[in-house]
Design a protein around this ligand. Structure first.
Ligand code: AQP
Length: 331
């Protein structure tokens, strides 16, 4: 049986990278497998959060996910801290994971920056909590963006070591699903940095709450080079900003990069950018409209999360009991 799990932090607005890299695949998978999608609030507190803002962010992200196409009747949509198994299993798995494995995680190095000594321990063990999220449901498939590949490999290593240490076949090894032409959407200001919620420059990303005018302005000002588009993908080598915009066009139009270039090779950005902005607005405007209609409806959003958490607990609690039995802990 295929069981899908994935998560997103309730920090900031959903951006086009989150949507094209991950969430669009989640929406599609709802009809193909049993799916659990989680607003990972415990992950959010690995860096400082203002409590009221976090609370509001959980609801806002839930509204955004529903607006983007998740249907709480066809998937389990919930927030992580409502299911205690995540934190409890993370502890057991922290005793399975090795320091050396975590020391190799590049995201910790990027997020802790120069102040590694001042980073929270939670930021360091972030990928173990992520492994617990996935393994608590014995998930087989995990749709994510390219940036999560290393964490997924770690989750597989943890699952394999746990099974081996305790002589059980308890956890399936989860498969990353990294699909589509936009698995790593880059910043609009710097083709070598990923589009990110935490980028201090709002001009670097397209938020799913941006108006049509804002989107048009951001694309118009997006960094590019002076050359026209090549007619083959090889011509994008060494042109990261151009490659990013072409990748976005491909993802939004449902074409391959080769098809986009076959059609638009020779075009300058003065022609290409307005066409790209138009396509973006057509994708984003209906999501924004649904989001605005739902974002302040706390009663509905809380009810969705409570129902999702109950369904999630019903799957995860028996798995934690199995883990306790395997390890020799209290049942
Ligand atoms: N730029 C991206 N391109 C493709 N996929 C992306 N994802 C994130 N950025 C891109 C995917 O979105 C999902 C949610 O990830 P998350 O909650 O960990 O998002 P994030 O890392 O908080 O997003 P940001 O924007 O990168 O936030 P900050 O700046 O706070 O770290 C994941 O599947 C991720 O791969």
């Amino acid at each position: 049986m295929r069981r899908v799990f994935s998560g997103i932090q309730p920090t900031g607005n959903l951006h086009l990278g989150n949507y094209l890299g991950a969430i669009r695949n989640w929406v599609r998978m709802q009809d193909e497998a049993e799916c659990l999608f989680c607003v990972v609030d415990l992950h959010a507190i690995t860096v400082a959060q203002e409590p009221k803002g976090l609370r509001a962010g959980i609801r806002e992200m839930t509204a955004a996910l529903i607006a983007a196409g998740l249907d709480p009747d066809r998937c389990v949509l919930f927030n992580q801290s409502a299911v205690r198994v995540h934190a409890e299993l993370a502890w057991v798995l922290m005793c399975t994971a090795r320091m050396g494995w975590l020391n190799r995680m590049t995201q910790f190095k990027e997020k802790s920056g120069k102040d590694r000594e001042g980073a929270s321990v939670g930021l360091f063990t972030y990928p173990v909590l992520q492994a617990a999220d996935i393994l608590a449901y014995k998930a087989t498939h995990v749709p994510v963006g390219e940036d999560q590949k290393q964490h997924l490999e770690l989750a597989r290593d943890i699952a394999a070591k746990f099974n081996n240490d305790f002589g059980v076949e308890l956890f399936p090894l989860p498969e990353p699903v990294i699909e589509g032409p936009a698995t790593r959407v880059m910043s609009l200001r710097d083709g070598s940095a990923k589009m990110s919620k935490s980028d201090p420059s709002d001009a670097a990303r397209i938020n799913l709450t941006d108006s049509a005018d804002t989107i048009a302005q951001k694309i118009k000002r997006a960094k590019t080079d002076p050359e026209p588009l090549p007619s083959e993908a090889a011509g994008l080598a060494g042109r990261p900003e151009a490659a990013n915009l072409v990748g976005l066009m491909a993802a939004l139009s449902g074409q391959s990069v080769a098809q986009v270039l076959a059609e638009r090779g020779g075009q300058g950005f003065g022609t290409f950018k307005p066409a790209l902005a138009e396509l973006m607005v057509a994708t984003i405007a209906p999501i924004t409209e649904r989001f605005n209609a739902l974002r302040h409806d706390a009663t509905t959003l809380d009810a969705v999360l409570a129902a999702g958490a109950a369904k999630a607990r019903a799957i995860a609690e028996p798995v934690l009991a199995e883990v306790h039995r395997a390890v020799g802990l209290a049942e």
